[in-house]
Design a protein around this ligand. Structure first.
Ligand SMILES: *Cc1c(COP(=O)(O)O)cnc(C)c1O
Length: 515
């Protein structure tokens, strides 16, 4: 491994000259090939497929050197590999605008140790959940990509949310010039905290609407707006172009590769591992975006042993890794880790495409089976290419039990999603007896799910009020209450619009006209 400064610099100039541009194709159409910035603007391919790199770059910074870099520099070294049509200045500006004092620690993603495992805390951004990691930078990537491609219109983000994504997207896009954001949520289908977080959102370019319907109604309404060609043409005339902030955009996926490299480099820095030693990652999984970013980190050269895919009782992914059959035909279960209550993990399509040998035809057939019969079974040779993954799951009792036992053992308090991962990791450790250290990816602050967490620690907490529990959690953990929670205690309600499903389009147009 080359570690001499002079040589490294020399290599870098060579790389800059000869580095091939990474292009993107669709998981459903091999004829498509576009640049990274174009893939970010489009979000989803017209054929319904997801954009994937046609080849994987390799890390060109040594693992030793990463240990000396801060989060932003790490982000630059990793993201430049994938977003190769962005200039250095463009990419650094995006990174600096995203990972700044919006995060409550300069480390951005601190690595903690508790109960014999490492926890990668991804909840230090504005909405105290891991979606901030990607949604803080996506707006900047999007407006930069629009400029590069001479898109003149203002970008209008349309999102339907069941809670967390809406707030993280609002926080990311609020006040970003050249963008507006409209969020639709089911007015009786989100938690009181989630609702309060959204309707108090500041920023003249934000618009939040409660819909008289469920999450599926909101999502269908948004899709109808996207697919209404007459409307989108009219809006282009008026200077607006719709885009989406959902987790299938590579502008959300690529920033997530960074923290896997960062976590690894912190272990090198602390002397816990030597550069080159493998480690495990255990990821609480819903839409399969986060863990896929870990897989991409491995593909570009990070020494990863296993990626442990942790599910809650909606264990469609666990069953898939066990049997090779993906089957969404089952009861949807509401759990205490709602951001993982998902039966169709959209980003899994990218993995299917890769293990089929980057085969768009084969992948399209599986996705068609999924939409027609709700299931598909992959070939044996494809199953053989899943060796990097192992699935485990934790039920509600195991999740609560893990929160309690870890607290009792170490004083460290984790949220319900992270607890699903920690409990799954315990099962993995029992079956595999791993010899390498593990990083458990911690996706939300326990303050965001204070009721479930405090009840897990002590059943008698059930009767107490929400803010009483928050104050007690702070006393127990010695961790200060995050601003995101303090803010909603007495924030002003700024968004009062409500509408029926059939009024969504008119309401969205009305907002665009009035500003
Ligand atoms: C979204 C979310 C997840 C699931 O992440 P995916 O990338 O969808 O797999 C897990 N935990 C929390 C707290 C989340 O908000």
């Amino acid at each position: 491994m080359i570690t001499f400064g002079v040589l490294d610099e020399h290599l870098e100039t060579i790389n800059e000259v000869t580095m091939t541009e990474i292009r993107y194709t669709s998981t459903r159409d091999a004829n498509i090939e576009i640049s990274a910035s174009q893939a970010i603007i489009k979000g989803l391919s017209d054929d319904g497929g997801l954009f994937v790199p046609t080849q994987f770059p390799r890390l060109d910074t040594s693992l030793e050197e990463f240990a000396d870099l801060d989060y932003r520099e790490t982000a630059y070294r990793v993201m430049k590999l994938f977003l190769s049509d962005f200039t250095e200045e463009e990419l650094r500006t995006c990174i600096n605008n995203a990972y700044d004092s919006k995060f409550d620690t300069p480390e951005i993603a601190p690595l903690m140790e508790a109960g014999g495992s490492y926890f990668l805390e991804l909840f230090h951004g504005r909405t105290i959940a891991f979606k901030d990691m990607a949604l803080s930078i996506l707006p900047h990537l999007l407006i930069t990509a629009a400029k590069k491609n001479n898109v003149k219109e203002e970008i209008v983000i349309l999102t339907a949310t069941s809670g967390d994504t809406g707030k993280a997207a609002l926080a990311g896009f609020a006040g970003v010039k050249g963008t507006r954001i409209i969020v639709f949520f089911p007015k009786d289908g989100v938690s009181p905290v989630q609702k309060k977080q959204m309707v108090t959102q500041k920023g003249d370019n934000t618009f939040v609407v409660g819909v008289d319907g469920n999450f599926d109604d909101c999502q269908t309404g948004v899709k109808n707006i996207f697919n209404n060609k007459e409307l989108t043409d009219r809006l282009i005339q008026k200077g607006f172009r719709f885009s989406s902030a959902n987790s299938i955009n590579i502008g959300r996926l690529i920033p997530q590769v960074v923290y896997y490299v960062y976590a690894y480099s912190r272990l090198v820095k602390s002397g816990s591992i030597k550069p080159g030693e493998k480690i495990d990652f255990c990821v609480p999984t819903g839409n399969f975006g986060n863990i896929l970013a870990g897989y991409y980190a491995k593909l570009i050269g990070l020494p990863v042993n296993k990626l442990i895919c942790a599910s809650n009782e909606n264990k469609v992914l666990y069953d898939f890794f066990e049997s090779g059959v993906y089957d969404r035909n089952r009861k949807f279960i509401l759990t205490s880790s709602p951001s993982m209550d998902i039966l169709i993990s959209s980003n899994l399509e990218r993995l299917i495409y890769h293990i089929a040998g980057d085969n768009a035809g084969a992948n399209s057939r599986y996705m068609q089976e999924l939409s027609q019969e709700g299931k598909y079974a992959i070939e044996d040779d494809m199953r053989g290419r899943l060796v990097d993954f192992v699935g485990f799951y934790a039920d509600e009792a195991e999740t609560a039990g893990k929160i309690r036992s870890l607290y009792e053992e170490s004083g460290y308090i984790i949220d319900t999603h992270t607890a699903v991962a920690a409990a799954s990791y315990d099962k993995y450790r029992q079956s595999y007896n791993p010899k390498v250290p593990a990083v458990i990816v911690s996706t939300a602050s326990p303050y965001k799910f204070s009721r479930s967490v405090m009840t897990a620690i002590d059943k008698s907490n059930e009767a107490k009020g929400d803010f009483e529990l928050i104050d007690e959690m702070s006393a127990l953990s010695g961790v200060g209450i995050p601003d995101a929670i303090e803010e909603i205690r007495n924030a002003e309600i700024r968004h009062k619009t409500e509408c029926r499903v059939d009024e969504m389009q008119a309401v969205a147009e009305g907002f665009l006209e009035k500003c």
